[in-house]
Design a protein around this ligand. Structure first.
Ligand code: PHE
Length: 365
């Protein structure tokens, strides 16, 4: 009897428990369904946490499936369906949240298409004036000349006085020279690289064999044939027994290296205060080969430089014994050589930095 009663009690108790569980489960399922429906815009980490919380080994939905085993047989159908719908809703929500998080991350990233061809980096090229200056230096280095440089802002002494320019010489005139200061020994922009000769003679041991490249400045109106800034290369050779024939030979060899082995030179008498005798040197026209064309203006010759034997006054002014030593000097305009080499008709092209012009001379360094 006791036994029966007890089992009856147990039966009632179990039924109550099941009843309670049923209510709990239904509420839980509905609460989770509502929560899942309302989820949006989660970050990737939050989505993973949600998946573990609901569907992981100890997840809430997994627990409900465990609990489902205790549901009374007549209720299994209803709860089975509900649970499957819940699990399906959770799974597809998680997928949906994942794909929208991914597409948002993709939108925030800069769009890089690694398969596109890269930007073409334009290689620079050397300026034609640099190319010719280097070529001139290279030729004279081969002949044993060193390179010397001097200041662009000079004093009157090194540009004029030490080079035997009489005080009234027109080259000192304000029209030709850019003066920085006036006074007893005015400061100015050098009008030629012959000033570097003076500095070399003052400080270098003899014999001297140098070329001096550099910028020079003249107060001239800019035109196709003249500019207020241009480049020169000066040459100076001083030793015992240097003659005019040595100078002629050095210039001839240079001209052949620069303009081709067939090149001829001719010398015309000229005047420079710092050389005596002085000459201007022409090379045979490398376009018509002496027949006459519009580049050489029908003469067959092109002027390339000025030269002469260094005036004894100039040697003495720099403390060199003119009885023992003699020498020659020459000076050429780099732009002029470049114009002749490449038949450029207008000097201004060299200063305008038009890439279409600059790129014609060299494509790589
Ligand atoms: N300095 C001269 C000029 O600028 C060129 C030159 C140099 C001439 C050396 C003779 C000797 O015109």
């Amino acid at each position: 009897m006791v036994c029966r009663r007890k089992s009856l009690y147990l039966q009632v108790e179990t039924k109550c428990l099941i009843e309670k569980n049923k209510i709990d489960m239904r509420e839980k399922i509905e609460a989770l369904m509502a929560e899942i429906a309302g989820l949006k815009n989660l970050k990737e980490q939050e989505i993973e946490a949600l998946r573990v919380r609901l569907l992981g080994k100890k997840g809430e939905i997994t627990a409900l499936f465990d609990e489902f085993r205790t549901v009374a047989p007549e209720m299994k159908r209803e709860f089975g369906q509900k649970l499957n719908v819940l699990k399906q809703a959770a799974t597809s929500k998680i997928e949906e949240l994942k794909s929208s998080a991914e597409s948002e991350a993709a939108q925030n990233k800069p769009a890089v298409d690694c398969s596109l061809p890269g930007d073409i980096v334009d290689l620079g090229s050397r300026h034609p004036v640099s190319i010719v200056r280097e070529e001139i230096i290279k030729i004279f280095r081969k002949f044993g000349y060193d390179v010397a440089e001097g200041p662009e802002i000079e004093d009157d002494y090194h540009v004029f006085e030490a080079l035997n320019f009489p005080p009234e010489h027109p080259a000192r005139d304000m029209q030709d020279t850019f003066f920085v200061t006036s006074g007893k020994n005015p400061v100015l922009l050098r009008t030629h690289t012959s000033s570097v000769q003076v500095r070399a003679m003052e400080k270098l041991p003899l014999p001297i064999r140098i070329v001096c490249p550099g910028r020079v400045f003249r107060n001239e109106a800019i035109s196709a044939r003249a500019h207020c800034i241009f480049h020169q290369v000066e040459g100076l050779y001083i030793d015992e027994g240097v003659t005019f024939a040595d100078m002629k030979q050095a210039i001839l060899l240079f001209a052949r290296e620069m303009f081709g082995p067939e090149t001829k030179i001719r010398m015309r008498p000229s005047y420079f205060p710092f050389t005596e005798p002085s000459a201007e040197v022409d090379v045979s026209c490398n376009i018509c080969h002496g027949k006459g064309c519009n580049v050489c203006k029908g003469t067959g010759w092109l002027e390339i430089l000025g030269c002469g034997m260094v005036d004894p006054n100039v040697l003495e002014a720099s403390g060199i014994d003119s009885k023992k030593y003699s020498g020659f000097a020459f000076g050429m305009g780099v732009e002029r050589i470049a114009m002749l080499k490449w038949q450029v008709k207008d000097l201004r092209h060299y200063f305008e930095n038009d890439l279409r012009f600059l790129k014609e001379f060299e494509t790589s360094i």
